[in-house]
Ligand binder design. Structure first.
Ligand code: ATP
Length: 229
């Protein structure tokens, strides 16, 4: 389980996170929802210890993040971090050299699933294919938790559908996923837990299946209630 407990974060004088708490379980897809600038990426960076927090605590399987944790958790940012001149195969080799948990078999499977050519250079990839390579590089790691920042951002409907398909496939297996997206429609039926954020706090955390069964509401219904009340 990932536990985010009372996390606060300031950039200069701007208090971005004002005591954020939530949990994300293994085997579940947890979605962070909120308008631009609410702090979703900051939360992901904080979980990965890529940005220091001011107060609070973040635990991964009961432990604070340490060097070894990067073999258990991976972050797929909204932009590719590989060099433009690299071929997809070079990027895969780089990951293989860097991480013990790199799973080449799964990477090859994803290449086929996304119909990508491993000889293509990062610089010549379309936006959709860049997003797919980014996803491949993250999901080919044998980690317990995968964090994904806006995997659907700016890509066409067919690529979005293909990416959404990944979430129901064995490529996710029983891993814990934390995702941010503004394209709720694409994944509404796939997410297990939603965390609604506003002005640095969690407004509501709910299990999507429970709210569907008990109250007959979709994630978007709850968002309307919470954000428009
Ligand atoms: N390194 C930084 N220095 C100063 N301010 C920052 C920094 N990183 C983020 N911020 C500010 O923190 C706030 C939250 O940013 P963040 O990127 O986490 O939001 P977000 O919810 O992910 O937004 P979006 O939906 O647009 O991706 C914003 O006001 C942003 O300007």
């Amino acid at each position: 389980m990932i536990e985010v407990k009372g996390v606060t974060k300031k950039f200069g004088r701007k208090q971005v996170l004002k005591g954020i708490s939530f949990t994300a379980e293994k085997g579940e897809i947890t979605c962070l929802i909120g308008i631009n600038g609410v702090g979703k990426t900051t939360i992901m960076n904080a979980i990965m210890a890529l940005t220091p927090i001011n107060n609070g605590q973040i635990l991964i399987n009961g432990e604070e993040i340490h060097k070894g944790s990067y073999e258990k958790i991976t972050f797929i940012p909204d932009a590719i971090t590989m060099l433009p001149q690299m071929k997809i195969s070079d990027a895969m080799q780089f990951m293989d050299d860097f991480y013990d948990c790199w799973n080449q078999k799964r990477a090859d499977e994803m290449l086929g699933f996304f119909k990508l050519d491993k000889n293509e250079r990062i610089s010549s990839l379309s936006k959709g294919n860049t997003a797919k390579v980014n996803l491949l590089l993250g999901l080919a790691m044998d980690v317990d938790y995968v964090l994904m920042d806006e995997p659907f951002s700016g890509i066409d409907i067919f690529s979005r559908e293909q990416i959404a398909e990944v979430f129901t496939s064995h490529l996710i297996e029983d891993r814990g996923v934390i995702i941010t997206t503004h394209e709720i429609n694409d994944i509404e039926h796939l997410i297990d837990k939603a965390i609604l954020l506003n002005e640095g706090v969690v407004l509501k955390e709910f299990n999507t299946e429970e709210i569907r069964e008990n109250e007959g509401k979709s994630v978007i219904d709850v968002m309307r209630e919470v954000y428009q009340s």
